[in-house]
Write a protein that binds this ligand. Sequence first.
Ligand code: CTP
Length: 397
Amino acid sequence: MLVVAPLREAGHQVKVVPTESALNFVGAPTWEALSGEPVSTSVWDNVDEVAHVRIGQTADLVVVAPATADLLGRATHGIANDLLTNVLLSTTAPVVMAPAMHTEMWLNAATVHNVSVLRRRGVHIMEPDSGRLTGTDSGPGRLPEPEAIAEFALAQVHDEGASLAGLRVAITTGGTREALDPVRYSGNRSSGKQGMALAEAARARGAKVELIMAATDVPAPTGVKVIKVESARDMQNAVANAYDGNDVIVMAAAVADFRSASYAETKIKKSHAAGEEESAPVIELVRNPDILAGLVKRRGSRTTPVLVGFAAETGDENGTILDYALAKLEHKGCDVIVANEVGEGTTFGQDSSTVHILVAGSDQPQRYGPAPKRESASAIWDVVEQLIPSKDAVESN
Ligand code: CTP
């Protein structure tokens, strides 16, 4: 209920559509006082104004808080048996749901299924908080704080003036992990911070962001769709699924070039047999697919999606960071390579980095930094958004 306040404080007009159950907790006059708007509760209110579709059609954003298990079920199946579910069926605005229910209900297979279906349809469903629920229960299922719901919700509204409004971008981030046995993996030191910063910056510019996230300790920004992956091959599948419909694909993840040739189904044990105390297994490696190269091949001569690769380079006696970045831009065949300067204590896990942004066909690389990754993310989008063909150009392509 208190979500109304931060939304109004942010300058938005809020129309409350309580369900019959919600009215058992808070009556219509209170909703009217909080929102400063008349409250409709039934499809039979203001029939002359066709309220059951008009509210959804005119909203810039629909927020369902709390979203009960029952509401999630009805929304999944397109049931429109009250005013709120009519609004959900008739709106084309972003829809945000903040679920709240007992832990058992949140974890029930039916709810898990409904949440996954709704997310696939593009509904933005927050993760509930964990903590004290009604009664003595405690666990995941608690309604997030009103300010958090409002912040998450407002992040979904596209500012028409935003430079990436109406565009969709997929960003990979984190470091892939290649399993050796059920308890071990080989991995890398990517923190995922750059990818997160790029996702946040793209969302702030109005893009719909799909974040394909390998191992990272950094939380995903709110308002982006997250797909979790582990290995390079998982990431390859997720990227392949994201290919259609995205205007830009940014490969910011550190993808393992190699994986173990075989996966041990059971834990690899030290041998204690006499004479074998000192022995160690030899792990044979095989190459992983090059995801970015695969994208370039799939795109062929088309101009979308714009493909952005990353490179972590040190430079050596055979070439500078820029030499290697340029060579990578050429042999990968993508549109942009962002080269991170790697040195002692720089780039990996740090909040700041120095990047070189190289665009195919241009001999003017841009050096940016050292700067916080948030700022370099913005500099990268400034370059990349210039390369996105207009929708009309793509359609006549
Ligand atoms: N990449 C990829 N698939 C891989 C390896 C890397 O898609 N198997 C992507 C990375 O996400 C990054 C770019 O390719 O955007 C460059 O990664 P990098 O590891 O620097 O390139 P490599 O071609 O593996 O070259 P190097 O020999 O320098 O490791």
